[in-house]
Design a protein around this ligand. Structure first.
Ligand code: F6P
Length: 420
């Protein structure tokens, strides 16, 4: 009997290394062609399954698949799309089954963060409740590093390396200019509720006198008075002040300081704009020249400065996902387990999808310094190994050379359309 085919898709905000996980899945599935038939990739995540827009990855060459390891973004397109609960929208699941049955799909691999693991979890429940046997494996990814159980989330280490590097470089600039020009530099980084990326900015500092001088973490309620007093002291001492602020900074009322009032499809507040706000606040108080920057998509797509450790982990979880499926595991996600800090050693264990779906791991209190404006040694020990190693992409004409897949759609077998 021919082996069942597989569905693989990428979901949520992308990263510099999510395609390395795709590479891990595709290469491992190809090595096990007796157990897994074709791998169809969903164009734009689960939307590709619902609309029967399946990419036939068997048409891509070995070389192109291998080049995914050094290509940022999501090679098959991503999505922010939340499946309703089965009892709320049974038709959605009946459609998935129809598409999976038509293409003989028996394996479901879903690569994303907490919301995406919810999709994987729901599809595994569908398999049981609606009687369609399917092996569901989640694959971790999120630059926000907020997935539970796993030591870190692939994508984060490279983001951390980018922000720490950029901040270290910008700090040299501010220190040079502060006598007669810019005295304050504010970097706004991603992370929504979890301060991991803001914390990673602290890796830019070699010692307690180096920048960044202040971190504004989403786990610590913002107090304007205390903050401005800290800025004043820093300016007196160093003549300049470098600050990293999380896009998810909250006021004492627990509300985001920079919520736009809009939400994404996962129901999260759209954030952005806290950097300029903090910068204006300092200018209004001290009258000094302040600059701010929002690296925005630069920080999560910066493949040119990816961390080798992160790349290895992203690839390993993709590979492990297929190995788990072949070994008969179901409704689980490969998670990274830390065995040692220095040298960093890790292996892969399984985490139940039910325990990772919709969860957010915040910075623990013992990672946050007593004044709330920095991180502790424990946090540094945790973060330091995750940015280790350089994994430069190949260069062509002096620029990184990235790959574009053909992304040829498999012929549709159903006549009915499905609106998403
Ligand atoms: O991937 C998570 C994240 O990086 C958040 O920190 C951020 O708020 C969000 O993605 C925004 O992504 P997009 O605007 O692409 O939906």
């Amino acid at each position: 009997m021919a082996p069942k085919n597989a569905f693989y898709a990428q979901s949520g905000g992308v990263s510099a290394v999510i395609n390395a996980s795709a590479c891990g899945v595709l290469q491992t599935a190809r090595e096990h062609s007796h157990e897994i038939g074709k791998v169809y990739a969903g164009r734009n995540g689960i939307i590709g399954a619902l609309t029967e827009d399946l990419i036939d990855t068997s048409l891509e060459s070995e070389a192109v698949i291998d080049a995914l390891k050094h290509t940022p973004g999501a090679a098959f397109g991503s999505c922010r799309y939340k499946l309703a609960a089965i009892h709320e929208h049974r038709g959605q699941y009946e459609r998935l089954i129809e598409v999976f049955r038509a293409h003989d799909i028996g394996f479901f691999f879903y690569n994303g963060g907490g919301d995406s693991q919810d999709t994987a979890h729901k599809v595994s429940q569908m398999g049981v409740r609606l009687g369609y046997p399917i092996v569901c494996i989640g694959i971790p990814k999120t630059v926000d590093n907020d997935l539970p159980i796993t030591d870190c989330s692939p994508g984060f280490g490279s983001m951390a390396k980018y922000v720490a590097t950029s901040l270290r470089e910008a700090a040299f600039d501010v220190a040079s200019m502060c006598r007669t020009s810019t005295k304050v530099f504010v970097l706004e980084v991603m992370g929504r509720h979890a301060g991991w990326t803001t914390a990673a900015c602290a890796l830019a500092a070699d010692d307690e006198n180096s920048a960044p001088h202040i971190l504004l973490l989403p786990e610590v309620a913002f107090n304007e008075g205390r903050f401005l007093a800290k800025v004043e002291k820093t300016l007196e001492r160093y003549g300049h002040c470098v600050i990293a602020v999380s896009e998810g900074l909250k006021g004492p009322d627990g509300k985001f300081i920079s919520a736009s009032g809009l939400q994404d499809a996962f129901g999260h507040a759209r954030l952005g704009g806290v950097g300029p706000l903090i910068s204006d606040m300092i200018h209004a108080k001290f009258g000094c020249k302040c600059r701010w920057a929002v690296p925005d998509y630069f920080q999560r797509s910066a493949r040119h400065i990816a961390a080798e450790t992160d790349l290895q982990q992203a690839y390993a979880v993709g590979r492990a996902a297929v190995e788990f499926a072949i070994a008969g595991k179901n409704a689980v996600m490969p998670a990274i387990r830390r065995l040692n800090d220095a040298p960093y050693r890790w292996d892969i264990i399984e985490a139940p999808l039910s325990e990772v779906a919709n969860q957010e791991k915040l910075m623990p209190p013992d990672f946050i310094s007593a004044d709330g404006f920095g991180i502790t040694e424990a946090a540094r020990r945790y973060l330091a190994p995750l940015i280790v190693g350089e994994a430069y992409p190949p260069y062509k004409n002096a620029l990184p050379h990235y790959v574009q897949l053909q992304n040829v759609a498999a012929p549709k077998k159903l006549t009915k359309e499905f609106a998403v």
